[in-house]
Write a protein of this length. Structure first.
Lengths: 393, 224
């Protein structure tokens, strides 16, 4: 094997660089796909309800106030399994008007109620712990949020002038919660009042007869087993007044359409990468075989049959491809690690090497190399030994 | 041992006009004979050697190894015959640069299914005989021209083929190395092998048991 590779060193290096480029491109695509799929999975796991109107709420709870009485009414709708009051606020209100995929959010949740989202019953904690009912002035932060600020368990956060202590850091999920600060809903309500002068004025004037549990920007609603979530959402819309109900499938479609450009871009880049990378790989393998015509002529002169020679050429091509492929993966990993450690200081991660990506890249490379090698081999064994020696001279 | 009769070979030329290279060659070389083929450049010497060694097929005519009309055999059978019955020594050595000297020699055994310890021992003995045993782990670019040709000769005779074909085997060698190869060819013939050498050198003619001259694709009869 070593002797084969010795003769193909430059080919291996060429393949490694090609595959490194291909895999890096794929890893960036995987990263974006994970972000999009994560959002899709989240919205399909719950019915999101907000108060009708416009207010401070953001994300899937954007809308007006969702009062406590309304939340209790939602809980009475047939098919509903659980309702969790939530307050979702932009961490920095000055940028909340911009549509961004990387907005940092404060999420206040009613910890007395289990999370109704079917796909996120709990959020995975990397270090520390998640919040418990009764916790105050404590926060769990997303991985990117923590990385960009150098936060760890025990770190202190200033949230609207109130100090909170970090008790947990979430696993990197490569989707929205990476940029969340999760606190108990009572803390989030205080921050909301602190952020919103209009709400503060209204409360001070006594014009709004509000109780503490009326200050919600939305609620996550779960459904009973066997229920159609879309039907339950429509039922809530019919039976509870003054609410904006997000039908899961509609929200998913909306999310998909809003990210359709990115998806199309990814497909395009991926297809282009496969075509360019594939052609380059096939060309490299075929050229490497043809470059060794003289060697094959010598082997034929020494008695190698068509089958023996074909087997050798194919075996060498596959060995070269595997070596180049593994080398390419290593280069891509090293490159991605370097880039991610650089951009990680701002909480970003650009690459995701999923097993699916690695397996696909290697399988694709091997298949293509096999086809190229078979083609080249068929051409080589057709030559007489003398012709091979002449052409290879 | 070897007989060729009526061998004709043409190559496609420009504009599809065939270029005749061999025009009806008849040749017999017996065991123990060292036949030298001479001729000017482009006369067809190397092509004749290729046809005799089954490296390419004649357009018409036959090649016989003993009682076997090998030119009529299948590609697979010809490959097997080349591996077992024919050894080649080329002017440009034709060693594989990715293999060590020893592996280059052993390559001759690979395609005839000999991968045993005895074959390896014989390869080492041959390298020792030709003074390149210490170079057995060197790659061809690390060897001098003379050493490469000696390794190539070891490869050619590893399977002890009854027929040895050498195309300008001393063309790229200095006098000392050329003498080593010429002596080996002579001893091969003396030991009962059939040896055919294409060469310009006068000193090899002195060792030959027969010399034929080829001109414009035809044998012009014994030169001596």
């Amino acid at each position: 094997m070593r002797s084969y590779l010795r003769g193909y060193l430059f080919t291996v290096v060429g393949i490694a660089i090609g595959i490194a480029g291909l895999v890096s491109l794929g890893a960036m695509g995987e990263r974006i796909m994970r972000f999009i799929q994560g959002g899709d999975r989240f919205v399909l796991g719950q019915i999101s309800v907000a108060g009708r109107g416009m207010g401070m709420g953001t994300g899937f709870t954007a809308g007006g106030l969702l009062r406590g009485a309304t939340i209790r009414a939602i809980a009475e709708v047939p098919g509903v399994a659980g309702v969790q009051a939530q307050v979702m606020l932009p961490l920095n209100p000055t940028t909340s008007q911009f549509m961004t995929l990387t907005q940092e959010l404060v999420l206040g949740v009613d910890l007395a109620v289990p999370m109704p989202n079917r796909y996120y019953r709990t959020l995975p904690v990397r270090v520390g712990r998640f919040l418990r009912d009764g916790d105050r002035r404590l926060a769990v932060v997303g991985a990117s949020f923590a990385a960009s600020r150098g936060l760890a368990v025990g770190s202190r956060l200033d949230l609207e002038g109130v100090a909170s202590e970090g008790v947990g850091v979430l696993d990197r999920m490569l989707t929205a919660p990476d940029r969340f600060v999760i606190v108990c809903i009572a803390d989030a309500r205080e921050q909301w009042v602190a952020k919103d002068p209009l709400l503060r004025t209204a409360l001070a004037s006594g014009a709004l007869a509000l109780r503490a549990d009326d200050l919600n920007t939305g609620a996550a609603v779960g459904w009973r087993d066997g229920e159609d979530p879309d039907a339950v959402a429509l039922r809530i819309r019919d039976r509870v007044a003054g609410v904006n109900v997000q039908v899961p499938s509609e929200l998913s479609a909306l999310l998909r359409s809003s990210t359709a450009f990115f998806s199309a871009l990814l497909v395009g880049i991926g297809a282009l990468g496969f075509v360019i990378g594939g052609l380059s790989l096939a060309n490299t393998i075929a050229a490497a075989v043809f470059e060794r015509l003289r060697d094959f002529g010598v082997k034929r002169a020494l008695g190698a049959s068509d089958l023996q020679l074909g087997r050798e050429v194919l075996g060498e091509a596959l060995a070269v491809t595997i070596s180049g492929g593994v080398g390419g993966l290593r280069i891509a990993l090293a490159l991605a690690t370097g880039v991610d450690s650089y951009v990680g200081r701002t909480g970003q991660q650009l690459f995701l090497f999923s097993p699916r990506l690695v397996a696909s890249a290697l399988t694709f490379s091997l298949l293509l190399a096999g086809v190229a090698a078979v083609y080249a081999t068929a051409r080589v064994v057709r030559l007489s030994p003398a012709e091979a020696l002449r052409r290879g001279a | 041992m070897l007989r060729a009769s009526g061998v004709v070979k043409t190559y496609p030329g420009p504009h599809g006009v065939p270029v005749p290279v061999l025009r009806g060659i008849d040749l017999t070389v017996k065991a123990g004979e060292l036949a030298v083929i001479t001729g000017s450049s482009g006369s067809g010497k190397s092509t004749l050697l290729n046809v005799l060694g089954l490296l390419e097929d004649p357009d018409t005519g036959d090649v016989w190894f003993g009682d076997d009309q090998v030119s009529a055999w299948s590609r697979r059978a010809k490959s097997r015959a080349r591996g077992r019955w024919v050894g080649f020594v080329f002017q440009a050595f034709q060693l594989l640069p990715s293999l060590t000297a020893l592996d280059n020699v052993l390559l001759a055994a690979r395609y005839v299914g000999r991968r045993d310890a005895a074959t390896r021992r014989r390869a080492l003995e041959l390298l020792d005989t030709f003074g390149v045993a210490e170079r057995r782990d060197h790659y061809p670019p690390q060897l001098s021209g003379g050493e490469q040709q000696r390794v190539a000769y070891c490869r050619a005779v590893l399977n002890d083929p009854p027929l040895l074909l050498a195309d300008e085997p001393t063309g790229n060698l200095d006098d000392d190395n050329a003498a080593v190869i010429l002596r080996a060819l002579r001893e091969r013939a003396a030991a009962g092998g059939a040896v055919i050498v294409v060469s310009h050198r006068g000193d090899i003619a002195e060792l030959a048991t027969s010399i034929v001259r080829i001109q414009d694709g035809k044998l012009m009869g014994p030169a001596r």
